[in-house]
Every structure is written in C-alpha cells, then in structure tokens.
Design a protein around this ligand. Structure first.
Ligand code: F6P
Length: 357
C-alpha cells in the first residue's frame, strides 16, 4: 500500500491536472494499492490539515482541464518558518499532518518558491517528489516546465490579434507578457508572433534604441510596430540601481507597469500613437496545449515510478531532451535566466528583431 499526499502550490498553470493524473495512473497501473490525499490550496492544506481523499475516478477526464482540481495558493517561503497569526509553527504542522496520515510521500507541483519549501520539508525528513510547473519556465534544473508552452500559445495569439489591428491603424502596439523576472515567455511568444522589438529582463533596454527601431521601420515603409515587453523588463538606468533602490522605485506611485512607461516615452519621443495590451492571467488559463498534456503526463509517470521505487528528494525535470531526476537542494533557490548570449537571441537579432540594447 502506498499513501501519497498531493498538492499544487503557487500560481497555477495549464497541465497541473494532467501531471497529477500521470502520477496516479502510473501507480494504479502498477497494481500497487494506493491511497491519495489531496491537500487543498497548496501548502495551506498541509499546514491546516485540509485534504480530500481521492480515488482513481477523480483523475479521470482531467487531462485537458485547466487550473487544478486541488486549488492552489501562494505560501511565501520567506515566512514559512515564522508562526502564523495564531502562533502555529507551520513547518511543524506540515510534518505532523504528514505523519498523522502515515504518508509514504508527498508530491509537490510547484515553481520556485514551492521548491524552496519542498526542499526544506525534504531536509526535515519527509519523502518528497516534485514536478516543475510554471508558465515562466524559470525553474533551475529543467529545460522546460509544464504550462510554459500553453502560455506561449496564448501570448502568441494575443500578439497575432494585435498584429492585424496595428496594421490597420498604423500604430505602435505593446503587448505585455508575463514571466516574472525572466524573459522566456516573452522571447518565445514574441518570436512566434513576429514582434519587431522584444524587451526582456535579461537584456536591459535603452529607450532610444527602441525609438530608433520604430523610426527605421517607418522609413522603410512599415506603418506599425509590435513590441513584446516582458512584465519584468528593465531599462539600462534601472538595471544599474541596487536591489534596494529598485525596490524603492517600484514602491513609488507611477505607471501601472513597465509597458505603460515605455508607451509614454515612445509617445513623447515620436509623437506616435501607442497602445498597450496586457493579456495577463489569460496566459495561465484554459486547457493545456497538446505539448503540455504529453509533457506533464511524462513527468507525472516518471514521478510515479520514483515513488514505486521509493526514491525521494528529487524534482523530475527535463534536460537535453531526456527526463532526469534532479536533487531538490540543487533546484531550490535558483532562478533559470535566459542567457543574453544564447543562440536563439543571436538568431532573433539576425532576423532584425531589436532587443533595445
Ligand atoms: O509565476 C507565474 C506568474 O503568472 C508570473 O508570470 C506572474 O508574475 C505572477 O505569477 C502573477 O502572480 P499572481 O497570480 O499572484 O498575480
């Protein structure tokens, strides 16, 4: 008998359900009897003992379903070792609930913050297996996270739609793409959507270079320009600031996001009409794309196999086109940034895409 806890933590993404289904189907298919405890709303469910007993039928028909059947929440790692408002020791509470239910292991589907907590619980002696989820694709130790390709599809569709209206009106359009502090999503959606300018956090931009590109396009007869801006994009000036000064600047009242600031600067410098579109959380919503369904199922199946083999303390990741197991302490606390010298960026530049550098 295997007694397994499952939880989905942090911002949701597509294919969370597909991944859990992969884990459960693999164990069930092995013939090993299994009891599944689904903790509700991420680590919160584990802390406060909120769970649902699940059976195989709960995982039937969810391959294509967006969101997570367990619910999710953000439980910041920064405060995980601090008592809650009622003085509860959260780490101790998670351990107690794990032991009370006599779990053999806990499967955590999460991104960066969730992996820090997963690593901490693993160090505290719990058997943990994790799966890499996030539309940001910023998790260390895996070339790809599930949710990413689905989000690329949605952001690309947004850029595609903007393209036609931008062409009709001869306007400059900014599409702001999610991705937190990294530019994976913006780069991929930007290239797929034929953006003329792509601004990502890893390559701080010079607004004058952005303006030059718009004018160069105008001179060559293109009446419109599409700019894909990562929500975490920074100017060269801001990039020079210390972390503390950047935080202070972000706290000052100002533009709703970096895209609006860029739009105002372009408008002022060129006199052209600029519009901003923010697809926002639509990028995390809806059904997973076929790639993510397959990918999440594969990762889930491999996690199921680790559990059957009693191998714990790993994230199931994907490197150089192979599924790999990565020790949790190698994953936790590191962000996977885009390398500004990566060949994909070189190739994008070869085709004339401007990165504002
Ligand atoms: O990490 C996924 C993500 O969608 C980021 O791209 C974005 O910065 C953040 O979550 C938004 O968080 P929230 O859902 O809490 O607004």
């Amino acid at each position: 008998m295997k007694r397994i806890g499952l939880l989905t933590s942090g911002g949701d993404c597509q294919a969370l359900n597909a991944a859990m289904r992969g884990v459960v189907k693999t164990i069930a298919h092995s013939g090993q009897p299994v009891e599944i405890y689904g903790f509700l709303d991420g680590y919160r469910g584990l802390i406060y003992g909120n769970f649902r007993m699940l059976t195989g039928s709960d995982f039937s028909g969810i391959l294509t379903k967006g969101g997570t059947i367990l619910g999710s929440s953000r439980t910041p790692f920064k405060t995980i070792t601090e008592p809650d408002e009622n003085g509860l020791d959260k780490v101790e509470a998670m351990k107690q609930n794990y032991y009370k239910l006599k779990l053999d292991c806990l499967v955590v589907l999460g991104g960066n913050g969730s992996h820090k907590t997963a690593n901490l619980l693993s160090k505290e002696g719990l058997n943990i297996v994790t799966l890499p989820k996030t539309i940001d694709n910023d998790l260390w130790g895996t070339d790809m996270t599930f949710g990413f390709q689905s989000a690329v599809d949605i952001a690309t569709q947004a850029i595609d739609c903007i393209h036609t209206t931008a062409a009709s009106h001869g306007r400059v359009f900014i599409v702001e793409v999610m991705g937190h502090k990294v530019g994976w999503l913006t780069l991929n959606a930007g290239m797929a959507g034929g953006a003329d300018i792509i601004l990502i956090p890893e390559i701080p931009y010079d607004i004058d270079k952005v303006v030059d590109k718009i004018e160069e396009r105008e001179k060559s007869g293109s009446k419109f320009t599409i700019i894909a801006v990562a929500e975490g994009a920074v100017s060269k000036e801001v990039a020079k600031l210390s972390k503390k000064d950047r935080k202070k600047l972000a706290e000052k009242p100002g533009y709703p996001s970096v895209s609006y600031e860029i739009a105002a600067q372009i408008q002022e410098k060129t006199g052209r009409e600029v519009r901003v579109t923010v697809p926002g959380h639509t990028q995390r919503g809806g059904s997973p794309c076929p790639y993510d369904r397959v990918f999440a199922t594969r990762l889930g199946a491999e996690a199921g196999e680790l559990i059957l083999n009693n191998e714990y303390g790993f994230m199931v990741g994907y490197r150089n086109r192979e599924i790999v197991k990565v020790p949790l302490d190698k994953v936790a606390g590191k962000l996977k940034y885009l390398d500004p010298d990566a060949t994909i960026i070189k190739e994008a530049k070869l085709t004339g895409i401007c990165f504002g550098d």
